[in-house]
Design a binder for this molecule. Sequence first.
Ligand code: DC
Length: 219
Amino acid sequence: MQIAIDGPSSAGKSTVAKKVAQSLGFVYCDTGAMYRAATVLAREYGIDYGDETQILAELSQSEISFKPVASGQLVFLNGEDVTLAIRTPEITNNVSQVSALPKIREELVRQQRKIAGDHDIVMDGRDIGTTVLPDAEVKVFLVASASERARRRYEENIQKGIMTPLAKLQEEIETRDYKDSHRQISPLTKAVDAIEIDSTNLSIREVVERIVELANIAK
Ligand code: DC
């Protein structure tokens, strides 16, 4: 079974997807982490974030993998733990450029389909229901208002000791929304057969329950 969860940044996709996967005993694949790992790869090799040929040359010989742990999920790039490295502001602010490169998308979509081919899966991203897994039995488009998404990110940051002003976080979220929805290849769009869930006024538990219910109906 395949469950696709798409939506804009900071809508809570990965938190929800991880819990849905746990609850159903499925594998969870965070495709945003894969685009972030490709961005880390470019940085490690000193490759310009717009240099599609060079990034692809390294990426096609690289392995991105995940390891579930009690605190969530670790992300590895060629065996190196990049779980923290993929979340730095440098990577967050440049991942949109790397993820807009058509050949990088092609390569990562190939890797994502391979992961999905081996297991029952919950996959989250921007183009899962439209492009990566068009036949997924359950497709969810998870949204929340930009101000609520900024507020959630602000609280998360405070826990981590990061003090970015709320207004700046909202501006960054809106900039990423714009870039993700206006790029030429696989822009963020809701699949025609996706069910939209607006989490602005819902708890994580309520969203998870709703998706598990959809999965049980689809079984
Ligand atoms: O979900 P996230 O913030 O970790 O995603 C990081 C970036 O990768 C974001 O700019 C959108 C892009 N992305 C994408 O283009 N396609 C996906 N399937 C997942 C993420």
